[in-house]
Design a protein around this ligand. Structure first.
Ligand SMILES: Nc1ncnc2c1ncn2[C@@H]1O[C@H](COP(=O)(O)OP(=O)(O)OP(=O)(O)O)[C@@H](O)[C@H]1O
Ligand SMILES: [Mg+2]
Length: 397
C-alpha cells in the first residue's frame, strides 16, 4: 500500500511562510498533480514528501506509517527532477543503475582498483545489470545503454532519469516538472508515455507542474495550490466545470476563461452591461460580481437568436488565430474598458466574420460561473430554480 497522507504541513523559509498547513490524502496508485503559479510552494511540498526538506509542523505518512524520521532513501519514494540530474561522465547503464550500486555495494567495492578484485562485486553487478536491462527495456532505452548523456536527445535523457527512479521499484514517484525542459512536441509525446507508465507500474504518482494542460490530461485528481495552500482538489473535469474560485477558474483552461464584469441589481438579478439576466445571486444589490464564460460557451448571435436564458453583448473582432482544426477569435468589447474575450470557433464560423467587424456574442446563462467580489464561487439561481453549474457547457458550432 502506498497511500500518501499529508497532515497540516507548514513550512517557512526565514520569515516567509511558504506552506500554510497543507492537508492532502493521496490514494494508492493515484496520479495526483499539484498545479499552481510559480512560487506557490509546489516544489517545497514535494521535497518535504521526499524527505529532502523538513517541514516545521505537520506530518507525512506513506503506506499508513509516518516517515518524518526517515531519510530520503528510506522512504520508498523516488524523485525525478526538472533538470534530470544525470552524471555526464557515466553511461546510461551506470546512471540508471546508480541507486542500486549505492545501496547494494559497499564503499570499497565501488573504489577503482579494489573493485576489480572482488568476486562478490561481480556477482552483485550481474544482478544490477539485469535490473537495469529490465527497466531500460520498458523505457525503450536498451540500445542506448552504453552512451553518455551528452549523446542523447532531451526525451531520451528524460527517460534515463525516469529509469533511474524506476530501478528501485519505489511505491511512490515524485516528479517535479519533469517535462518542462522538452520542446512542445516532445512534451506531448512524453505526457502519453508517463500516463502509460503510471498505468503499467500501478505506483502512486505525485506530479508537479505549472502547465495546466499536463495537469488536465494525465491526472486522476488535481490539487490547485496558491500561496502555500490548496485552493481546490478534484478530478480535472471538476476543476474545469465547477471552479471553486476565480483563481482556479483563471488558472485552469486554455485559452483562459473570459471574465465579464457584472453587478447585482434589484431582487438579486445579475446585470451584465446594464441588462438584467435571468440569473440571480444571493448577494446585496449593487455588489460587483464577475461572470466567467469559457471560450467554447460563447457563440456569434444572428438576428433573433438571443432569447430567454441567453446573455448577449456587442464586440468587435480584433484578431483570428488559426490553429488548423479550429480558430480562436479575439474580440474587444465594443466601447468598454473591460478586457477582451476569446471564442473558440470552427473554420466555417471564423470564415463568416471579418476583422474589425461588429458582432453580437452570446452565451447560455446556465453555462457561466459567477464569482463574488472576493473571488469566491456563488451559485446563481435561474428562474426555473436550477443552478447554473449543473448544466453542461454548450458545444460550439
Ligand atoms: N531554500 C529556500 N530558501 C528560501 N526560500 C525558498 C527556498 N526554497 C523555496 N523558497 C521560496 O519558497 C517559495 C515557494 O517555492 P517553491 O519552489 O516551492 O515554488 P514552486 O511552486 O515550486 O514554484 P515554481 O513553479 O516556480 O517551481 C518561493 O517564494 C521561493 O522563493
Ligand atoms: Mg517548483
Amino acid at each position: 500500500m502506498a497511500t500518501v497522507a499529508l497532515s497540516s504541513i507548514a513550512k517557512s523559509f526565514g520569515s516567509t511562510r511558504v506552506l500554510g498547513g497543507v492537508d492532502l490524502d493521496i490514494a494508492d496508485g493515484e496520479f495526483l498533480t499539484l498545479v499552481g503559479p510559480s512560487g506557490c510552494g509546489k516544489s517545497t511540498l514535494i521535497r518535504i514528501i521526499a524527505g529532502l526538506e523538513h517541514q516545521d509542523a505537520g506530518g507525512v505518512a506513506i503506506g499508513g506509517a509516518p516517515v518524518d524520521h526517515l531519510r530520503p532513501h528510506e522512504r520508498r519514494v523516488a524523485m525525478v527532477f526538472q533538470s534530470y540530474a544525470l552524471y555526464p561522465h557515466m553511461t546510461v547503464r551506470a546512471n540508471i543503475g546508480l541507486p542500486l550500486t549505492m545501496s547494494r555495494l559497499r564503499l570499497w567495492q565501488r573504489l577503482p582498483l579494489l573493485r576489480l578484485l572482488s568476486a562478490q562485486r561481480r556477482r552483485v553487478m550481474r544482478y544490477i545489470d539485469a535490473d537495469v536491462a529490465a527497466v531500460a527495456g520498458q523505457l525503450q532505452l536498451d540500445h542506448l545503454l552504453d552512451r553518455k548523456p551528452a549523446q542523447l536527445s532531451g526525451g531520451q535523457r528524460q527517460r534515463v532519469a525516469l529509469g533511474r527512479a524506476m530501478v528501485r521499484s519505489p511505491e511512490v514517484f515524485l516528479m517535479d516538472e519533469p517535462l518542462s525542459n522538452l520542446d512542445a512536441k516532445l512534451r506531448v509525446h512524453m505526457r502519453t508515455e508517463l500516463a502509460e507508465l503510471h498505468k503499467r507500474l500501478g505506483a502512486t504518482f505525485i506530479y508537479v507542474t505549472h502547465d495546466q494542460v499536463e495537469a488536465m490530461t494525465m491526472s486522476d485528481r488535481v490539487a490547485m495550490m496558491d500561496a502555500g495552500s490548496i485552493l481546490q482538489l478534484g478530478a480535472p473535469s471538476e476543476l474545469y466545470e465547477r471552479p471553486a474560485s476565480l483563481k482556479v477558474a483563471q488558472f485552469i483552461g486554455s485559452p483562459a476563461i473570459n471574465l465579464l464584469p457584472a453587478t447585482v441589481g434589484s431582487s438579486g438579478r445579475i446585470e451584465l452591461f446594464g441588462r438584467p439576466l435571468a440569473l440571480s445571486a444571493p448577494l446585496a444589490q449593487g455588489q460587483a460580481v464577475t461572470l466567467g464564460v469559457r471560450c467554447e460557451a460563447l457563440s456569434l448571435l444572428h438576428g433573433d437568436s438571443a432569447g430567454p436564458g441567453r446573455a448577449w453583448f456587442s464586440a468587435r473582432l480584433r484578431r483570428k488565430e488559426n490553429l488548423g482544426s479550429e480558430y480562436i477569435l479575439h474580440f474587444d468589447l465594443a466601447g468598454r474598458d473591460a478586457a477582451g474575450v476569446t471564442m473558440r470557433a470552427s473554420p466555417a464560423v471564423a470564415a463568416g466574420v471579418n476583422e474589425a467587424a461588429e458582432v453580437t456574442l452570446g452565451f447560455d446563462e446556465a453555462a457561466c460561473h459567477v464569482f463574488d467580489a472576493d473571488g469566491a464561487r456563488v451559485e446563481p439561481r435561474s428562474p426555473g430554480g436550477a443552478t447554473g453549474s449543473v448544466v453542461p457547457l454548450r458545444a460550439w458550432p
